[in-house]
Design a protein around this ligand. Sequence first.
Ligand SMILES: *Cc1c(COP(=O)(O)O)cnc(C)c1O
Length: 381
Amino acid sequence: MPRPISVTISVSALAHNLAVVRDHLRQAAAAASAADGTQWVAPSIWAVIKAHGYGHGTAQGVQGFAQADGLAMLDLAEAIECRESGWAGPILLLEGVFEPADLDLADRYRLSSVVHCREQLDMLAHARPDRPLDVYVKLNSGMNRLGFAPDAFRAAHARALDLRKQGILRGVGRMTHFASADAPAGVAAPMAVFQRVAGDLPGPVSVSNSAATLRYPRIALARPGEESWVRPGICLYGASPFADADAASFGLQPAMSLRSRIIATQDLRAGDAVGYSALFTADAPMRVGVVACGYADGYPRHAGTGTPVVVAGTRTRVLGRVSMDMLAVDLTPVPAAGIGAPVSLWGADGPSVDEVAQAAGTIGYELLCALAQRVPVRTIA
Ligand SMILES: *Cc1c(COP(=O)(O)O)cnc(C)c1O
């Protein structure tokens, strides 16, 4: 019998979360139209499924986001997997191409790509695609990760328009990415840079990760006939981009549930310790459960005593240091739980992945993406 750990991916939760985001944008468009007396329309949605759908699986992402307007990722192999599994809509490579041969794949599989540097424009200038390619020229609006600096952007965009004249390109869009949309700094400063540098240029626009989509939906609204796209990722998986607001408060549902079982129990006396380095010591007699889940499954080793966990439907806490294959939990609030008792590490009937991440000093994104290969995956409708 395999270890009792498994992860369940809910395709309907992915679809639900996409619908929640769509609804949120439509409501923002309706509110803005009513306030101004002019028409605003909701943007299209690139569902971001990079990193194998944030650890949920590329195939599961393609299924769950069937109603998305496009899929965005950065690995060419994942993009091709989406195409080959039947996704016929737009696909956007968020980091663009890495070498000239990638442009042949972009042509063959109809992949749109970001152009964030001069070298990518040079590659395009030498490309001879069978059909012209679609690109987004990326502005570095202050994050200083990818993109043309504000004083170089317009020349880069003009070069892209020139490549369109030559028949190498078809669509030439503009995009930027926000560094602090989840924080008090918000999006005002980078949006001001974007508007100043690229606001008057033609073509589609793409701004807004999950945090900006949820908190500042109005910045991505379009006028009728204009093309605007948001790029939510984490919220589509039912986790929160914010430290100060949980996913449930937006009506999002966790799509990944990590579950296991208790495989041993121990009765501690006062003064007995648990696990490596004896990080937890009982101050009174207590029962401890040993769960088949450790850091080799993707559970964070930095999650210490007090990290929330649910045993047989009751919320309790992790004790001591997480091992490679096991962790210990406090059975005080669940005296009836013994070997075989179900344990929810995170997800639908457990704590949220964001709570576990916070206890471990990280964010839900990292835990979802770091789910280990060895954990058996069950996909449910
Ligand atoms: C990852 C990513 C996103 C999505 O970010 P979330 O915070 O997960 O919503 C959007 N745009 C780009 C360029 C990204 O790399």
